[in-house]
Each structure stands twice: as structure tokens, then as C-alpha cells.
Design a protein around this ligand. Structure first.
Ligand code: PHE
Length: 330
């Protein structure tokens, strides 16, 4: 005689109700489901036993067992969503995010002092109608020296001063080769401003093997030395203040004639500021221009010096060592 399932079913249901109600995790819930409804589950065993009942008994008992199974399923679902909600609110209260806390600031970069000065100078000359021109740091001997009218035996061509490359190129020693590049094939009038790195064998507190120059030049049918002086005065006043005075000393450059070095008044004295002059007829000719029809002026100076003055930096090496503790101050 097969066991009467009814009392057994309600015992299973009561046991399941109690167990599910106290299940404390989704994991425990899955284990409980297996305990009642799995292959070896107690309800499954009852259902299996139905085989031994008569057809009518089986129908009634089967329905009762199915109701119990549905009930257990439903309880398990309810308990699961209750557990999930609990878990969520626990997580919410424990992992609270304080949106009022200050964030971790991303470190912000800024322009190097030399770049700041360079940009300022370029925009000054742009207001005077100059265009920006650029050239490579590795140059030919012709552009750096030959076309600029340097004699073959000029001391600047010496290994002592110039970094030569094995293939016959060199690291430009000044920005003047950009004059050659800009003037060749160009129809005057034009005026250009050039900034960039230049390289010379030099190292002491005010010299570094690499430094920056700014160079300007202007060519047209009636450009004069007076235009040059006026331009440099305006530039000096822009950089050093409205009171800045300039002093011109006769000098020699192969690529300008006449040539001058200029000093700017600074703190009760004079500061060597750069070179300038009227572009030499040979240079104009080397660029395919007619010196009878066109004249031009050119000037050039280091711009690191201006950065050192503006920011009160005593040693040029500080500018280029890339030490953030230094650079970040400006
Ligand atoms: N190229 C010169 C130098 O490096 C500077 C200069 C430029 C002088 C233009 C005259 C005209 O010293």
C-alpha cells in the first residue's frame, strides 16, 4: 500500500515555508530549492511515489503535489527578490558615495617659460604684419653659411663652434638660414619672423649648447636702417617696458652691411641684446633677388635671455634641465 501523500505534502510545505523564510542568502535559497524540488528533493520523491497509486488517487494527489510545488516555487521567488533588495540597500548604505568630497585634481601642464616668451614675441610681430616662418634644425652648409656670405675660413665654420653631422649637414648655429629658405623664390615686399632652436659648442651659466633665437627680416624696394631701428625700439618697449632705450654698436656679420649689435637699457646698465643690419647684397643675390631693386633689414637675438629676465631665472641650464620643480614655478 502506497503512502498517503496528503499529510506528507503538508509537512513538506510547512518545512519549506520555514526554511525559505529564514534563508539568508541567494546561495542558501538555491540549496533549499534543490532540497525540496531537485532530483533527490523531498517533494520530487513524493511525486515519484504517485506511480504506485490508483488512477483516481493519483489525479487528486498529483494536483495537491503540484500546488505544493507551485507554492514552494513562489515562496522561493519572493524570498529571492527580498534578499536581493536587502543586499542592494545594504550595499547602498555601506558603499555610500560622498559627492561633496573634493575630487583628486589632475595635474595640469603649462607652457615652458621659453615657449611663453616665444609666443608673446611672435604675436607682437604679427601685429606689425609679420608672417611666421619655420625651418629645420638640421641644415646644409650652404643655407647656414654659404648663402649667408660667410667666407670659407670664417671662424664660425670651425668645429669648435659648430656641430657638424657625418653626412655633411650641420645643426644650424643661428636662425638666419631661414632667411635663405624664405627669400628664395619669393617676391618682395615681405616680412617674416622666425623662432627656433640653434646649436653651438658652448656651456657656462649664460650659455647652453642649445638655445633659442628669434629672427626677423623685412625686404622691399625702400626698406631702410631707420625702419630697422624703429622696429627694434617698438620690440624693446614691448619686452622691457615703455622706458626701454636702445644702443647700436657698429659690428660685423657676413650677411648684413652695415651691421650693428644692439644693447637695451636694463637696471642702470646695458644688456647685450642681439645683432642686426641691412641684408648684404650678396645674400639677396644668392636668393635670386636684385639688390638694386630691393633692400632689407634683418635682426636676430637669443630669446632664452628674455625668458630669464622676465621670470628672474639666474642660470640658463635651469631652463632646459626639465626639472618640474623649476619649470612649474612659471
Ligand atoms: N645670426 C646672428 C647670430 O646668430 C644674428 C643676426 C641675425 C645678426 C640677423 C644680424 C642679422 O648671432
Amino acid at each position: 500500500m502506497a503512502p498517503a501523500p496528503a499529510p506528507q505534502l503538508s509537512a513538506i510545505l510547512r518545512e519549506a515555508e520555514a526554511a525559505l523564510a529564514s534563508a539568508s542568502s541567494v546561495q542558501a535559497l538555491a540549496e533549499l530549492r534543490a532540497r525540496f524540488l531537485g532530483k533527490q528533493g523531498s517533494l520530487t520523491r513524493v511525486l515519484r511515489g504517485l506511480r504506485e497509486l490508483t488512477a483516481t488517487e493519483r489525479a487528486a494527489a498529483g494536483q495537491a503535489a503540484n500546488r505544493v510545488r507551485d507554492r514552494i516555487e513562489a515562496l522561493a521567488r519572493e524570498r529571492r527578490s527580498a534578499l536581493q533588495a536587502e543586499g542592494q540597500s545594504r550595499a547602498l548604505s555601506q558603499q555610500r558615495l560622498d559627492v561633496t568630497l573634493p575630487g583628486a585634481a589632475a595635474p595640469r601642464g603649462h607652457l615652458h617659460p621659453v615657449s611663453q616668451v616665444e609666443r608673446d614675441m611672435c604675436s607682437f610681430f604679427q601685429t606689425l604684419g609679420y608672417s611666421i616662418e619655420d625651418g629645420p634644425e638640421v641644415e646644409t652648409d650652404w643655407n647656414n653659411f654659404g648663402a649667408l656670405n660667410f667666407p670659407e675660413d670664417h671662424p664660425a665654420r670651425d668645429l669648435q663652434d659648430t656641430f657638424f653631422l657625418e653626412d655633411g649637414h650641420l645643426l644650424r648655429t643661428h636662425t638666419s638660414p631661414v632667411q635663405i629658405r624664405a627669400m628664395c623664390g619669393r617676391e618682395p615686399p615681405f616680412r617674416f619672423i622666425v623662432t627656433g632652436r640653434v646649436f653651438r659648442h658652448d656651456l657656462d651659466p649664460t650659455h647652453y649648447p642649445m638655445f633659442h633665437q628669434i629672427e626677423g627680416f623685412c625686404v622691399g624696394p625702400d626698406v631702410s636702417f631707420g625702419d630697422l631701428k624703429g622696429t627694434l625700439h617698438a620690440f624693446a618697449r614691448h619686452l622691457f617696458g615703455a622706458e626701454a632705450k636702445l644702443r647700436f654698436r657698429a659690428h660685423y656679420f657676413p650677411f648684413t652691411e652695415p651691421s650693428a649689435e644692439m644693447d637695451v637699457s636694463w637696471e642702470d646698465g646695458w644688456l647685450e641684446w642681439g645683432g642686426c643690419g641691412m641684408i648684404h647684397p650678396n645674400v639677396l643675390r644668392n636668393c635670386g633677388l636684385d639688390p638694386e631693386a630691393q633692400q632689407g633689414f634683418a635682426f636676430g637675438m637669443a630669446l632664452d635671455r628674455a625668458a630669464m629676465i622676465r621670470f628672474g631665472i639666474p642660470n640658463i641650464q635651469l631652463l632646459f634641465e626639465g626639472d618640474l620643480r623649476v619649470v612649474e614655478q612659471f
